[in-house]
Design a protein around this ligand. Structure first.
Ligand SMILES: *Cc1c(COP(=O)(O)O)cnc(C)c1O
Length: 406
């Protein structure tokens, strides 16, 4: 027999998954064995649903969470797109690129799929590519929606591949002007940035994930929220999924006929362990305060960014949970090697997953002075080991000057 699997504790300093709070893991391990209809499991799901409405800043009744990872939430979000629907998707990095792929799968007719089963290109989906390292602006969205007048539009709120924040206000306003239903991938922004989705009423659908801003990695739930417009559309035309059907899946979260109800209707076997840990992750986020957490990320990211720039690197991102950067010119092309070395030492940073090769260092749930010192110190050591000379002591002194200024 294999020996028991031991997984070491690494310093999770990438774009995600983030460092899971020990209190979330403790709730996971402390939960008793109880089935998916046991009263406290169902109560935990109801409370999680109410907390999610606060986390999203919404009154949308159809706010709940989908078992699995970010892509499960997104699959549920895209499920109302039917074959032949017209869609404009904005892509500015790895993840919005994968979202665009999923949208093309959903919007394909059987003929589109047969023509290219693993990468269909239905004519009814228009992909607008924005260069890596740049944001999707309201102007870009306006021009494309005015030209194509689609039924749906899609954008990532924060594109984690390139670390760029896209213009959610501009996206919403363009969708409103052209009567388009907006879908947003908020996987990297929910729980990090302070925003209320009800301020963007033309965005009918939002999806996020467990492992980034929510910090519930023990494979729990991907938050989603649908407004009444998309739910009404679903009531009229349905969609082709059981497991990710927004109306059917919501029943287990005690949402029936557009209302909160007392009793859950079986949809699938939810895990009491997962419910307990997800519930704790949401509690911790709301106890910290969404606005405070957002300010904390901005403050710590500024310290990390300055330290990385002081090492001669060029930062091209503007997200507050992540810095994405190039090495100094003389060391261009060494990014992957540097990242691999760090990862082998348990310092889990990342390179970009699509071109161009850049380095990504994140601070999900690392909002403390020791954690930031650890991250910057380890990266300075790795730079020096590669022959890129940096003054670690000075950089850490400057970092602590910033961190001590609050
Ligand atoms: C991480 C990420 C995803 C995918 O999430 P998984 O949890 O890996 O399924 C999708 N979109 C964005 C913007 C992301 O950052």
């Amino acid at each position: 027999m294999y020996p028991q699997l031991e997984i070491p504790d690494t310093l999770a300093a990438g774009p995600g998954p983030g460092n899971t709070d020990p209190r979330v893991l403790e709730r996971f391990a402390a939960a008793g064995c109880a089935d998916h209809m046991q009263a406290d499991v169902v109560r935990g799901m109801k409370e999680a649903k109410f907390m999610l409405r606060e986390v999203f800043g919404t009154k949308n009744v159809h706010t709940f969470a989908v078992c699995g990872t970010g892509w499960d939430g997104l699959d549920c979000a895209f499920s109302p797109i039917l074959p032949g629907d017209t869609v404009v998707a904005f892509v500015n990095g790895t993840f919005s690129g994968l979202d665009d792929f999923n949208i093309r799968l959903k919007a394909s007719t059987p003929q589109d799929l047969a023509a290219d089963p693993l990468n269909p290109k239905p004519a009814n989906v228009t992909t607008i590519n924005v260069a890596h390292g740049e944001s999707v602006t309201g102007d870009v969205v306006e021009v494309a929606l005015a030209e194509h007048k689609p039924m749906w539009a899609f954008m990532a709120h924060w594109e984690t591949g390139s670390g760029r924040i896209n213009d959610i206000q501009g996206f919403n306003d363009a969708c409103a002007r052209h009567g388009v239903m907006g879908i947003v991938d908020a996987v990297s922004s929910l729980g990090i940035s302070y925003f209320n989705i009800d301020d963007y009423p033309a965005v009918t659908t939002w999806a996020s994930c467990p492992q980034k801003g929510i910090l519930g990695l023990p494979l729990t739930y991907a938050p989603v929220s649908f407004n009444d417009k998309v739910i009404d559309l679903l009531k009229q035309r349905g969609c082709y999924t059981y497991v990710h059907h927004p109306i059917l899946e919501a029943r287990h979260w005690c949402i029936t006929d557009g209302q909160d109800v007392e009793t859950a209707a079986y949809h699938r076997t939810h895990s009491g362990y997962a419910v307990a840990s997800f519930h704790e992750a949401l509690r911790l986020l709301l106890l910290h305060g969404r606005e405070q957490k957002s300010a904390d990320y901005a403050f710590y990211e500024a310290g990390l960014r300055t330290a990385i720039e002081a090492m001669g690197c060029k930062v091209t991102s503007n997200m507050t949970s992540l810095v994405v950067f190039d090495l100094p010119d003389a060391f261009e092309g060494k990014e992957k090697e540097l990242v691999q070395g760090c990862r082998a030492d348990g310092f889990a940073i990342w390179n970009t997953l699509s071109e161009p090769a850049q380095i990504r260092i994140g601070i999900l749930n690392q909002l403390t002075v020791p954690a930031l010192n650890d991250i910057v110190g380890r990266f300075a050591d790795a730079m020096n080991a590669m022959g890129i000379e940096v003054d670690k002591n000075q950089i850490l002194a400057d970092l602590n000057g910033h961190l001590g200024s609050r």
